[in-house]
Design a protein around this ligand. Structure first.
Ligand code: DP6
Length: 328
């Protein structure tokens, strides 16, 4: 099935615009990672994944009718030939299906560049929700997740706050490969974002996972490991077991990086500073501070810790940006 066919099955034949559509979506960090696509066009994952959303760090998007397609990011118009413009309107074209409805997409990221976080997850999640509101569509949340997924896989998880699980699904059309929030209010959980390098990465995550699945001899071990880690993390959330949550999340991230390092040629997002940070964290943990790390397709380190240890972690990583994911 193509994305066009998928959208045609989900949306009404005619889209009727309202005045405007606005939405906010938080960024998210996977604790059990999505790494590998079983369908590249529909962004269907090889394995399920589970994330924690980053509260007020995310994307606000408003859609209105316009004379020509236009996208404004943080107050500045993006050029028509920019990646942002092209990627956004290629996605919107899937919804419009040829209808002449030029739009102005106004989007603001509250994620500081220095956080070293990707904004494609929150960007496509906010865009999907805002488009649905603009066209006055009362879509089930699961359908909205599948629609966000077509923009970027991890966007499927960025529609909600807190912990979110994205089911792998088994259907070829991906209708069951959707995310949903996990009920939890874990007030003591803290995330510290340690920026190593906020520059654009050389290999986009999608390309990185395609290269890994195609060439890494270690990838064969990944799907089962990933599913088992996902189940263990979900159980840790229900049991409020921080040690289990942190240790499995850290091991899962490192296993994902191991599959990339074994790819041919190797794919290494880790930088010298990433490893220095990891070793400092492991040293502190050996000395009794219970902290864990996770790393996405980039060099930056995200630390998981318990609120009672915040001061100690601040002293260790003074440059970190702090997130309290369950603060309302
Ligand atoms: C390492 O969602 O950015 O962050 O589906 O190609 O847009 P595409 O990939 P993307 O990949 C995210 C990979 C990851 C792990 C995760 O967020 O689960």
């Amino acid at each position: 099935m193509t994305p066009t066919e998928f959208l045609a099955a989900l949306l009404p034949a005619r889209l009727i615009p309202g005045e405007s559509g606005a939405a906010y979506a938080p960024a998210n960090i996977a604790l059990a990672k999505y790494w590998g696509k079983r369908d590249r066009a529909l962004n269907l994952p090889v394995n399920g994944s589970l994330s924690i959303s980053l509260g007020t760090l995310g994307t606000h998007t408003t859609i209105r009718a316009a004379a020509n397609d236009r996208i404004t990011l943080n107050g500045t118009d993006a050029a028509a030939d920019s990646t942002l413009h092209r990627r956004t309107f290629a996605y919107i074209d899937l919804w419009r299906r040829g209808a002449a409805q030029p739009l102005h997409v106004e989007t603001t990221n509250t994620i500081p560049t220095a956080a070293g976080l990707a904004s494609s997850a929150s960007g496509f999640a906010a865009l999907a929700r805002a488009l649905a509101r603009y066209w006055q569509l009362d879509l089930p949340e699961g359908d909205l997740s599948a629609l966000a997924r077509l923009g970027s896989g991890s966007a499927a998880r960025s529609l909600w706050h807190g912990f979110v699980k994205w089911e792998r699904g088994t259907r070829d059309d991906g209708r069951d490969s959707i995310a949903a929030p996990i009920a939890s209010d874990w007030q003591e959980l803290r995330i510290a974002l340690v920026e190593i390098d906020s520059g654009a990465k050389k290999t986009a995550s999608g390309d990185g996972m395609n290269h890994t699945t195609a060439t890494s001899p270690l990838y064969a071990a990944w799907p089962a490991t990933a599913q088992a880690d996902l189940a263990a993390i979900e159980a840790a959330i229900h049991a409020r077991d921080f040690s289990a949550l942190g240790s499995v999340a850290e091991a899962n991230a490192l296993a994902m990086h191991a599959t990339m390092l074994a790819a041919r040629p190797a794919l290494c997002y880790l930088q010298a500073q990433t490893l220095t940070t990891l070793h400092r964290l492991w040293q502190a943990r050996a000395e009794g501070l219970e902290i864990y790390a996770t790393i996405d397709a980039g060099p930056n380190v995200k630390i998981l810790c318990h609120a009672r240890d915040e001061a100690a972690v601040r002293a260790l990583f003074p440059q970190a940006l702090w997130v309290n994911p369950f603060q309302s």
